[in-house]
Design a protein around this ligand. Structure first.
Ligand code: PLP
Length: 370
């Protein structure tokens, strides 16, 4: 490869949600990316299509200020959290929340000695995006008992980074975490409250609608909450995410994003989805009860170890090292169940009741005799 490319990118492994090595022999139940299993209702899609046909001029750039969308998002955030403190000035919109993660890295770390802190296993994009920007990632392990973060260990890593001349500029936590599915506990939140102003705390609430737990009501000057339309709001295809923070932090994100980062169709889809949020979110109860049903049905599978979930997915590991999880994931795939082997375990998205029944039957068939 030509020498104009940064050498570290030559061996760099990009994020690949759905490695498509071979053509599946049968249609797969897509339970590997934690989306809502239901498409938008046709009437809602039709409304988006009408907006496209009647209002969107394809020869014109999108609204680069996202003004209408920001104020609707602010209403939604307030309404769902039972607060009234969030305004459009507290919101920045991204091309997926992935874009906002990159904005955090640019705003805090790019171009100066820096590190970010993550607690593994966790969402891999923080480390991947940091790497593309040449930002150092410090990983501390979570406690295996409940996947919580040990504040002492985190503080020690922060102090060490300071001594090494690569201070931690941003801490990324997920509430609830992916892949391990646990929401932040009171000790972790108390620890985040002690983080000093020189470090930005990113609380990724991608699965908020499933956990129904949020920290938007307790925003501090050095906190940002990120969320997405890709999960409960069923718009993964449109790539819409948002950040909630103090206006001063938001103003920086607005400066560094691309001017037209969100296509007009994506803005229309997000506005339409928000206007139908009550309907769209009615399936959350079903997904949660399906999750609990699947979790109980997994318990007798002696070869699996599992943890309680606050999200729309389950995380399991082998009860001991004898279970080959990569092989199990491959065998499930050949039976039509696509899940994600990540972070040393298996992450299983909750699907429709029919998909979940097939997931369970496939696990039982592969682990029978145990
Ligand atoms: C924890 C977490 N954050 C962010 C994202 C990315 O969301 P988006 O589709 O908005 O980029 C995901 C996607 O799986 C996720 O699991």
């Amino acid at each position: 490869m030509s020498s104009f490319i940064r050498p570290d990118l030559l061996t760099f492994q990009a994020y690949s949600a759905n490695p498509q090595e071979e053509t599946p022999i049968r249609p797969l139940d897509q339970l590997d990316t934690n989306e809502c299993p239901y498409d938008l209702p046709t009437a809602v899609k039709q409304q988006i299509a009408e907006t496209y046909i009647k209002q969107i001029q394809t020869n014109r750039y999108p609204d680069g200020s996202h003004a209408a969308l920001k104020s609707e998002i602010a209403c939604y955030v307030n309404e769902a959290a039972g607060i009234d403190s969030i305004e459009a000035a507290n919101i920045s919109v991204g091309n997926g929340s992935d874009e906002l993660i990159r904005s955090v890295l640019i705003a805090t770390s790019l171009g100066r000695p820096s590190s970010i802190l993550v607690a593994s296993p966790t969402f891999s994009m923080y480390g991947i995006l940091a790497k593309t920007l040449g930002v150092n990632t410090i990983e501390i392990p979570r406690r295996e008992s409940d996947w919580s973060i040990d504040p002492d260990r985190a503080n020690a890593a922060i102090a060490q980074a300071q001594r090494d001349g690569q201070p931690v500029r941003a801490i990324f936590v997920v509430h609830p975490n992916s892949p391990t599915s646990n929401a932040l506990n009171a000790d972790e939140i108390a620890w985040l409250e002690t983080i000093l102003d020189e470090t930005l705390v990113v609380i990724d609430e991608a699965y908020y609608e499933f956990s129904r737990q949020t920290l938007v009501g307790q925003l501090r000057p050095n906190w940002v909450v990120t969320r997405t339309f890709s999960k409960a709001l069923r718009l993964a295809a449109h790539r819409v995410g948002y950040a909630v923070a103090q206006p001063e932090v938001i103003a920086i994100f607005e400066k560094i994003r691309l001017p037209y980062n969100l296509p007009s169709t994506a803005q229309a889809a997000a506005l339409t989805a928000l206007s139908h949020r009550q309907t769209l979110l009615t399936v959350i109860d079903e997904i949660i009860s399906e999750r609990d049903r699947l979790a109980s049905a997994f318990s007798p599978l002696m070869r699996l170890r599992q943890w309680p979930s606050d999200a729309n997915f389950l995380y399991v590991r082998g009860a001991d090292d004898s279970l080959n999880l990569a092989q199990l994931a491959a065998d499930l795939r050949s039976r039509g169940t696509l899940i994600r082997h990540t972070g040393g375990g298996l992450r299983i998205s909750i699907g429709t009741p029919a998909e979940n029944a097939r997931t369970l039957a496939n696990f039982q068939a592969l682990l029978s005799g145990s």
